[in-house]
Design a protein around this ligand. Structure first.
Ligand code: TIU
Length: 220
């Protein structure tokens, strides 16, 4: 076992039973003209997560860790899009509508792709999810359990939405989660801090939080 300096206390892990999970680092959330922008957000606030996540991705690949990528999005016929999710917000351009990067949050469209800096390599599982949590209506759990994965190192966007939802789902399923704070991002600076605090408070009620440098030095 190795140890990463984290809050509320050190996170013990070994490469064989730990997966790096990168949540929804998609053009739809990180580039202008996608879903994030359609919701009225400044996507520039999320882009600081790309470079540190790139470094973490390289280090975890070199350590031989399982790397899983997730993408939020829907089938082209929108048959997996709950009506409540489709209409929520009453925005003029919604999920399935045509935007500058193709149909918003629809699988196969340019906006649904992971940003080029973090593109999956052949053999790395990509989990397409219709919800905010990566365990809901996906095969993520069976993939992790089949490989003996016990703990997750989590990066991605947004911190209070899909990262938090996924960490809560993982925690209830018995996975130990470490969130790398600089590898996450929120459209709301006040939510960024609160979302990280919620994970590590109360003795790590949902998991652990650390800067990516702490993981990189443990793996070096
Ligand atoms: N809106 C927002 O903050 N996030 C999402 O809709 N999805 C994810 O967080 N991936």
């Amino acid at each position: 076992m190795q140890s990463i300096v984290a809050e509320p206390y050190d996170f013990a892990f070994d490469a064989a039973t730990t997966a790096l999970v990168i949540i929804d680092m998609q053009r739809d959330f990180l580039e202008p003209g996608g879903f994030g922008a359609a919701l009225g957000n400044d996507v520039g606030l999320l882009r600081s997560a790309i470079a540190p996540t790139e470094r973490v991705l390289r280090a975890c690949r070199a350590a031989g860790m399982l790397v899983v990528h997730t993408r939020e999005g829907h089938r082209p016929d929108l048959s997996d899009l709950a009506p409540a999710k489709r209409v929520r917000g009453r925005f003029p351009t919604g999920i399935g509508d045509l935007g500058p990067m193709g149909r918003i949050l629809v699988r196969g469209e340019p906006g649904h792709d992971i940003v080029p800096e973090l593109a999956p390599e052949p053999g790395e599982p990509v989990v397409d999810k219709p919800g905010k949590g990566a365990f809901y209506a996906t095969d993520l759990e069976v993939m992790l359990r089949s490989r003996g994965t016990a703990r997750l190192i989590v990066c991605g966007v947004t911190t209070e939405v899909c990262v938090n939802t996924t960490v809560r789902e993982a925690n209830d399923r018995g996975f130990d989660c470490l969130v790398l704070e600089d590898c996450t991002g929120s459209y709301f600076p006040e939510f960024q801090q609160a979302a990280l605090d919620m994970i590590k408070a109360q003795g790590g009620i949902f998991g652990f939080v650390a800067p990516s440098a702490a993981l990189l030095s443990a793996l070096a």
